[in-house]
Design a protein around this ligand. Structure first.
Ligand SMILES: O=C(CO)COP(=O)(O)O
Length: 250
């Protein structure tokens, strides 16, 4: 099955009105691409970026997080229905920084996925193992456990509306990318795991790789049969570098 590639930039907690306006302006100058290009600013800049991109269907918007609650006394949280007021298509869920720094459990992540699917957003479900887990041979078991929490709550068909981002924790922000072969091995393992529940869902689901993706490493990654794009952190803050990655995706 041909799956469209997605190249998504996770800007994390970076940027200002000035720098983001400049970055988006540069991205909008790029030639159109066969891949889907996504950018993920912090909440305060969603409106700015959606306004800047309004005349151009080339760039889709992702939020970096969402509350698992619908509304109410949850100071500092942002609900899925609030995101409906912006042109948001995707929402990152379960990023390793959320899991490790803010205590998000597999169960909370699954609830967030549920709140997004109920509102017709596409969750980008981030999964991945730590270095210790990799060295203990637990890479796939960890990824399967993180996916299973969502499967148990929502069933396999939900994955027709979910993008998976495999982001090994040891590769995030370290400059130490998984090799294309290492990433491919995990991606195909994730797809095989989903195939044990539904072959058609497994064939359809887009699995992105994230973790120190650079223009120089992206071509090899994208040549792999089960790598359907990238979730890019640091390199997505540089328009030239990010656009090189988009170009490598075809
Ligand atoms: O966490 C990431 C994307 O969500 C990856 O970050 P880096 O590309 O900076 O390693």
């Amino acid at each position: 099955m041909i799956r469209q590639k997605i190249v998504a930039g996770n800007w994390k907690m970076n940027g200002s009105v000035e720098s983001i306006t400049a970055l988006v302006t540069d991205l909008l100058k790029a030639d159109s691409s066969n891949s889907e290009v996504v950018v993920s600013p912090s909440f305060p800049y969603l409106h700015l970026v959606s306004t800047l991109c309004a005349q151009n269907d080339q760039i889709k918007l992702a939020a970096q997080n969402v509350s698992d609650k619908a509304s109410g006394a949850f100071t500092g949280e942002v609900s899925a229905s609030m995101l409906e007021d912006f042109a948001v298509k995707y929402v990152l869920v379960g990023h390793s920084e959320r899991r490790s720094l803010y205590g998000e459990t597999d169960d909370v992540v699954a609830l967030k996925v549920q709140s997004l699917i109920n509102k017709d957003f596409i969750p980008m479900l981030c999964i991945g193992e730590t270095l210790e887990e990799r060295e203990a041979g637990q890479t796939l078991a960890v990824c399967e456990r993180q996916i299973k929490a969502v499967l148990d709550l929502l069933g396999v068909e939900a994955f027709n509306r979910i993008v998976i981002a495999y982001e090994p924790v040891w590769a995030i922000g370290t400059g130490l990318s998984a090799t294309a072969e290492q990433a491919q091995a995990v991606h195909s393992g994730i797809r095989a795991f989903l195939a044990s529940f539904s072959e058609s869902v497994a064939q359809r689901v887009q699995i992105l790789y994230g973790g120190s993706v650079k223009a120089s490493s992206s071509r090899d990654l994208f040549a792999m049969p089960d790598i359907d794009g990238a979730l890019v952190g640091g390199a997505s803050l540089d328009a030239k570098e990010f656009l090189e990655i988009v170009k490598a995706a075809g």
